[in-house]
Write a protein that binds this ligand. Structure first.
Ligand code: ADP
Length: 768
């Protein structure tokens, strides 16, 4: 009996490719019926299809694909568990004409898929596929190359693609796609893509492995080199005998101030040292450990200077301003004297580079009469850098905390942890949580370094952390720190610092006196404006010192002049023309260009935003190294304008018929932060209404979808940047009013501030 309809066997989780075989067990009634109907025909054919969606409880006709594979029943065998085992061989891919429901199962009529391929194309794609597959086998270690031999005998591209697709270790869903794609050429491109993805993945894996191995090798290498040096020293007779060494260690232990527990531990290690064979690599390891244990300041305190006035005096003579920090230190001392509570606060100084964070921490140590030690945790991604490696690890050593303490030679130093905002978190662990243990007063009296293994009391240490950006300090740490913000200096403050601190300090270090060199105020202002661009005064100090170097040379070589009065002319004579122009040349007012304000490492700066549009379909293009927050701001600004197009007198059609391009120039620095919203909005409105915005205006503030304006950070820095660029009027969020009031009047006097809380206020002021 021959029928033109075929029974449809639905298969989940498995894909039958033409030319391949699948075997599985069937147990339900419908499947049995389909098989027995097929069995009764001469060809024994059925149609195998994979439903479009997986794991459906109930199936309707829309879930059946338009392409399937006709298969012939090769074997049917009843097995003892009541199930039936069948083997199907895939014959050809067919197009399904229609499906029919025959009682409880589907039948289908099918059509041949005819895809003619040009002979040359076929040969070319075949070649591409074989080369691609060759590369794949070579690079991906977990696939066998046995299939290569079989492929040689396959001539047709369509068969070859099916064979490879069946072979690749890809997901069921991906395999399904190969069945549905009737063009062998497109299947070839799909295969090449999938294989390349796999190759890339394997390459990445290999790279990571190599890096890990390299790091391991570096420490191992160091260890072996050290051992070698020791052997050479021994050969040369440079090493004292073991007995002498033991005697020396024991003597050191006798005078070491530490707990009994630590003493016992060291004693035990010295005993081990005595007994270990002189050629054993363990000898060196025990020796290194003893070296650490005997040199740590277990109980070595310095006495704090308790004269509060004297402390204040030291801080004032080294640093201008910074009253918050100075007061906090004095308060700490006062409380300590009053309560005898020895727990130290954990201060974190946050601010731009060069505003005096590290040098102030150093002065604090000096003023308290404490020792001083500094570590930087910038870029650290490994916990072991903080808490050390276990001794079993080749080349192990203590972490940076214990190393810092050893350098300080005191149990209660001022301990600076620099760049706490640049800690990284990755596969190797989370150094921030280890630091947390170090800084937590509840836990740090029993700090345990993995190498040292004995508890070390860190509770008397005064930790001072420093950071550039508050937002980047890991959250869990931020909670524990007493954050004190240091902001950029204004020009007036910089002049003050130069006059009273930097110049006297540098005159002294260059062996000069005020009688020999005097600066006039204009000269200092010129150094600040034309030779530096920074939030702090580090660069300024560098130029002053460079100027003084030149004067020293002049005084020595040119005996005629005994004193120098430094004015602006002399500055140019000694240093050449400065590299910065104080005020940028006034720009012309343009449509679609508006000045924003940014908080940068230089303090603050004007950041013009440009927008333009051209015929298109409403796409939004963003360029200029924008971060995610700024990209979102751009989308919000555009949505807000679209929603209120009528209010702004914009024809909605312009959004549909044009593409919009937003660009933030000013070099390729990464720009991010939520304060460009209103600038973006204004630039867009200026573009759509073809109205110019004055380049004397700048603005900063985030916008919400409803046009509310949200407050921003770094106001002082932004105002400094705006003034430097000759801005005359600044729009700022109303919620920043308090910050504005706190800023030095000297800084705010020649600029007009407009406080706004709704975008419409800006619109009315600028465009109406
Ligand atoms: P930071 O750690 O914030 O990057 P530094 O502490 O290294 O900055 O300071 C850079 C230089 O500027 C130091 O020589 C410091 O003495 C000087 N300096 C910074 N702020 C002040 C200030 N308020 N008064 C006097 N000198 C300062």
């Amino acid at each position: 009996m021959k029928s033109n309809k075929l029974g449809v066997l639905l298969v989940n989780d498995m894909v039958l490719f033409p030319g391949a075989e699948i075997r599985f067990e069937i147990d339900n009634l419908e499947q049995r019926q389909i098989i027995s109907v097929a069995e009764a025909t001469e060809e024994k054919e059925i149609l195998v299809v994979n439903p479009i969606e997986n794991n459906l409880d109930s199936l309707d006709i829309t879930m059946l694909p338009t392409v399937g594979v006709v298969a012939s029943l090769k074997l049917k065998m009843d097995i003892p568990n009541g199930k039936t085992k069948i083997v199907l061989k895939g014959l050809r891919r067919v197009k399904v004409d229609s499906y029919y429901l025959n009682n409880s199962y589907y039948e289908a009529t099918t059509k041949k898929l005819v895809k003619r391929i040009d002979k040359e194309d076929e040969a070319m794609y075949r070649d591409i596929l074989i080369k691609g597959f060759d590369k794949y086998i070579e690079n991906v270690p977990y696939v066998s190359n046995a299939i290569m031999a079989q492929l040689k005998y396959v001539e047709k591209l369509k068969e070859m693609t099916d064979m490879i697709a069946n072979f690749l270790p890809i997901s069921y869903d991906k395999k399904k796609k190969y069945i549905l794609e009737s063009s062998p050429i497109l299947r070839t491109t799909m295969l090449i893509e999938d294989m390349n993805d796999d190759i890339k993945y394997v390459e990445l894996e290999r790279k990571i492995e190599q890096e890990v191995e390299k790091e391991l090798n570096d420490t191992q290498k160091e260890f072996f080199l050290r051992e070698k040096i020791k052997t050479i020293q021994k050969e040369l007779g440079d090493v004292s005998s073991k007995e002498d060494e033991v005697e020396r260690l024991e003597k050191k232990l006798r005078s070491l101030k530490c707990s009994k527990r630590v003493k016992d531990r060291i004693k035990r290690e010295i005993d081990r040292y005595k007994n270990v064979n002189s050629n054993s690599p363990e000898l060196g390891m025990i020796r290194d450990y003893l070296d650490w244990m005997l040199n740590l300041p277990w109980q070595k305190y310095t006495k704090d200077n308790e004269d509060l006035d004297a402390v204040k005096h030291v801080l004032d003579t080294s640093h201008f301003g910074l009253e918050d920090v100075k007061t906090r230190i004095i308060e700490y001392l006062a409380v300590k004297q009053n309560t005898n509570n020895l727990k130290s606060p954990i201060i974190c100084l946050v601010g731009p580079p060069g505003v005096g964070k590290t040098s102030l921490a150093f002065s604090i140590a000096k003023s308290l009469n404490r020792k001083y030690t500094k570590i930087s945790v910038g870029g650290i991604n490994d916990e072991a850098e903080i808490v050390g490696h276990r001794r079993t690890y080749v080349g192990a050593c203590p972490g940076r905390i214990i190393s810092g303490i050893r350098k300080a030679e005191s149990t209660n130093p001022v301990f600076i942890i620099d760049e706490i905002d640049k800690l990284r978190k990755d596969l190797k662990g989370d150094p921030a949580s280890s630091l947390l243990e170090v800084l937590d007063p509840e836990q740090n009296s029993k700090f345990s370094d993995h190498y040292i293994e004995e508890e070390f009391d860190l509770s008397q240490v005064m930790f001072i952390a420093t950071a550039n950006y508050m937002e980047q300090i890991p959250l869990e740490l931020r909670d524990r720190l007493e954050i004190i913000e240091l902001s950029s200096y204004t020009e007036y403050e910089k002049v003050d610092i130069a006059m009273n601190y930097l110049i006297p300090k540098n005159l002294e270090s260059h062996g000069l006196t005020e009688l020999e060199v005097q600066f006039d105020e204009k000269a200092i202002l010129s150094l600040i404006r034309n030779y530096t661009k920074e939030a702090g005064v580090r660069e300024l100090e560098r130029v002053i010192s460079s100027l003084l170097r030149k004067i020293v040379k002049k005084l020595l070589t040119d005996k005629k002049t005994a004193a120098y009065q430094i004015d602006t002319k002399k500055v140019v004579e000694f240093l050449g023309h400065g590299k910065y122009e104080y005020s940028k040349p006034t720009k012309v007012d343009e449509v679609g260009v508006v000045n924003g304000l940014a908080y940068t490492v230089f303090g603050g700066d004007v950041l013009p935003i440009e927008v333009t549009s051209y015929k298109g379909k409403g796409k939004l293009l963003l360029t200029g190294s924008l971060g995610d927050v700024m990209k979102e701001s751009a989308k919000i600004a555009l949505s807000y304008i679209k929603t209120n197009a009528k209010t702004f007198g914009i024809d909605f059609k312009v959004f549909e018929e044009n593409d919009i391009h937003i660009h933030v120039p000013e070099g390729a620095v990464n720009k991010d932060g939520p304060s460009a919203g209103i600038t973006l909005t204004t630039a867009l409105i200026s573009l759509f209404t073809n109205k110019k915005v004055s380049s004397d205006i700048a603005m900063t503030g985030e916008i919400t979808l409803r046009g509310q304006i949200l407050p921003i950070g770094g106001l002082k820095e932004k105002i400094i940047g705006a003034k430097r660029n000759g801005i005359k009027e600044i729009f700022i969020p109303k919620d920043n009013k308090k910050d504005l009031e706190e800023i030095d009047k000297e800084l705010t006097k020649s600029v007009k501030f407009i406080l706004v809380d709704k975008y419409l206020d800006i619109y009315k002021k600028i465009f109406k």
